[in-house]
Ligand binder design. Structure first.
Ligand code: RIB
Length: 304
């Protein structure tokens, strides 16, 4: 079983389904409300644990009811929470999510304690990190913390996967140290300035990221699958057709699947085919962590 350290965000997601997003100044009735554990980091940690990894999570919550609930639910998923710290000065991260009729979402995040996850917190988990098969990061905590974690991982020859979400023009300071960079279309566009609409744009964005020194780029294309760019060239791995209920956390599930399959020693093309299935299963269900599949579900989905 691969050992994966995830350093990143943890939020309570407040989710409402609505026919569309409200306009400025408008009050709109939605159809039901749910409170679901989320945060890109925690979503990736939970996916990795469910699909077959031993996972340690490093992050920060506030000293409040959401923080307590998130800690309990992460531990219930068999994720090691020894390095989930509690901050006395900031609230637990919260995300307001609206899901429209087509399953697309809009997410507004109040990061709170996530932005107080600092290099000292990474240091506290240094031993775990050094022993990991993969370090998995995103951009929902301070960049300097990501940078610090990357340099520590590299010192111990631990491969680094960076999920480039949420979209930011500021990337980690040394993309050359990233083994696999996995942005979605918007994130790739923010990092490269290349408009990613269609496969041609995706190809161009991959080239641009490779020219910045990234080892391998896996550009997530939603229903269209993913584009891989590495020293063997650029190629498209088609997506898996499913009925879309909610796309929340599908990208997180995909990136976590990359980490697990890589930790299991699979080659990158095989890894991406597998990750496409994990992402596809996730969009068939509502919510972030409520939608993440188990290993058995993924196996059954691939070979019914
Ligand atoms: O990627 C989905 C996640 O983004 C949500 O769970 C939300 O908390 C935000 O971090």
């Amino acid at each position: 079983m691969p050992r994966i350290t995830v350093i990143g965000s943890i939020n309570m997601d407040l989710v409402i389904r609505a026919p569309r997003l409200p306009r400025t100044g408008e009050t709109l009735f939605g159809e039901g409300f749910s409170m679901v554990p989320g945060g890109k980091g925690a979503n990736q940690a939970v996916t990795a644990a469910r699909i077959g990894a031993q996972v340690t999570f490093v992050g920060k919550v506030g000293r409040d009811i959401f923080g307590e609930e998130l800690r309990t639910s992460l531990a219930r998923e068999r994720v090691d929470t020894r390095y989930l710290f509690t901050d006395d000065h900031a609230a637990t991260g919260v995300a307001l999510i609206v899901i429209d009729n087509s399953g697309d979402n809009s997410i507004l995040v109040a990061p709170g304690a996530n932005m107080r996850c600092n290099p000292e917190d990474v240091d506290a988990a240094a031993e775990e990190l050094a022993a990991a098969d993969v370090l998995l990061l995103q951009l929902e905590i301070p960049l300097e913390t990501d940078d610090y974690a990357i340099s520590l991982a590299k010192r111990h020859q631990v491969p680094v996967i960076l999920d480039a979400g949420p979209a930011s023009q500021r990337a980690v300071s040394n993309l050359k140290q990233i083994d696999i960079l996995s942005p979605n279309e918007t994130e790739a566009e923010a990092l490269t300035g290349v408009k990613v609409s269609g496969l041609k744009g995706a190809e161009q964005a991959c080239r641009s990221l490779l020219s910045k020194g990234v080892g391998t780029v896996v550009l997530k294309l939603g229903a269209q699958g993913a584009m891989i760019g590495d020293r063997d060239g650029i190629r498209h791995i088609p997506g898996v057709k499913v009925h879309v209920v909610d796309t929340t956390a599908a990208g997180d599930a995909f990136t976590a699947a990359l980490a697990v399959a890589l930790g299991e020693g699979k080659g990158i093309d095989e890894v991406v085919v597998w990750a496409n299935h994990v992402g596809a299963l996730t969009v068939t269900r509502l919510g972030a962590q409520t939608s993440l599949p188990t290993r058995e579900e993924v196996d059954r989905f691939i070979k019914p």
